[in-house]
Design a protein around this ligand. Structure first.
Ligand code: FE2
Length: 264
């Protein structure tokens, strides 16, 4: 039931799980230390200081644990789902620690005016694993098996939540399959897929329901690796910070990308 819903909508939220809650409570002070570190701040603060990107800054091992700091391995419903439904027994990557503050998004020095408008008006919608190349061009980049979000702070639902376009993973899949059909798998990463990607993204905006995904510590959510997603502007009345750990491991490092496009 859950599996069917995940594969048709492209996302699922897991209800409160004591194992996830324990992990989030133990992980939070470590994540806060990452965000307070001047070196990490210099590297990862964007959008006028309203977003800390924090890719792979969390010091966890392949099970999600930070043994010396008392953070246990990540366990519970999300990890069971990844194993049993996605069929992936993966080594976790170092988690991204993504933090948003009131006012997100503000203009950035490194962001064009049109990119800022897209962030503000279209949630900076994107597909992980498709990267920018020479400005606005797009190619395949890193492959991720899934996106697993684990909230570390309690926030209002309007505090820059993740946004996902339901069913978009199948539109992206269909478009890229048609585009890459005649290209040998080893050469996929060299292909310029800009036109295909932009057209498919537009189709998702037109055809798919945009849903905001809010969760509290102890809950978690899983986003399909091909799903169009982004971050909504901060619209909550209260302050605070919205801190989420994201795991996005590559389950088949070193392999060509057909699995990424063709697995359920
Ligand atoms: Fe993303």
């Amino acid at each position: 039931m859950d599996a069917a819903r995940f594969f048709s909508s492209g996302w699922i939220r897991f209800p409160y799980d004591a194992s996830v809650a324990e992990w989030a409570a133990r992980a939070r002070p470590i994540a806060e230390a990452c965000v307070a570190d001047p070196v990490q701040r210099a590297r990862w603060l964007r959008c006028g200081g309203t977003w800390f990107v924090g890719v792979n800054v969390f010091p966890n091992d392949a099970a999600g644990a930070v043994a010396e700091a008392g953070v246990p391995p990540l366990a519970g419903a999300p990890i069971d789902f990844v194993k049993n439904v996605l069929g992936l027994d993966v080594a976790l990557d170092r988690a991204q620690v993504s933090v948003c503050w009131p006012g997100y998004p503000q203009p950035s020095a490194g962001e064009s005016e049109s990119a800022f408008r897209f962030r503000r008006d279209r949630d900076a919608a994107h597909v992980d694993g498709i990267r920018r190349h020479e400005g606005r061009r797009r190619r395949l980049g890193e492959a991720h098996g899934f996106i697993l979000g684990v909230p570390l702070t309690e926030t209002a639902a309007e505090a820059a939540p993740l946004v996902v376009w339901e069913g978009s993973h199948e539109i992206i899949r269909r478009a890229l399959r048609a585009r890459l059909n005649d290209v040998p798998e080893e050469r996929w990463i060299d292909e310029d897929i800009t036109e295909t990607y932009v057209a498919a993204r537009r189709e998702c905006f037109d055809a798919c329901r945009r849903v905001t995904v809010h969760a509290r510590p102890g809950e978690a959510y899983l986003i399909h690796r091909l799903a169009l997603h982004g971050v909504a502007p901060w619209a909550a009345a209260d302050g605070g910070e919205r801190m989420i750990a994201y795991f996005r491991p590559d389950p088949f490092p070193g392999h060509a990308r057909r699995w990424w496009l063709e697995r359920p």
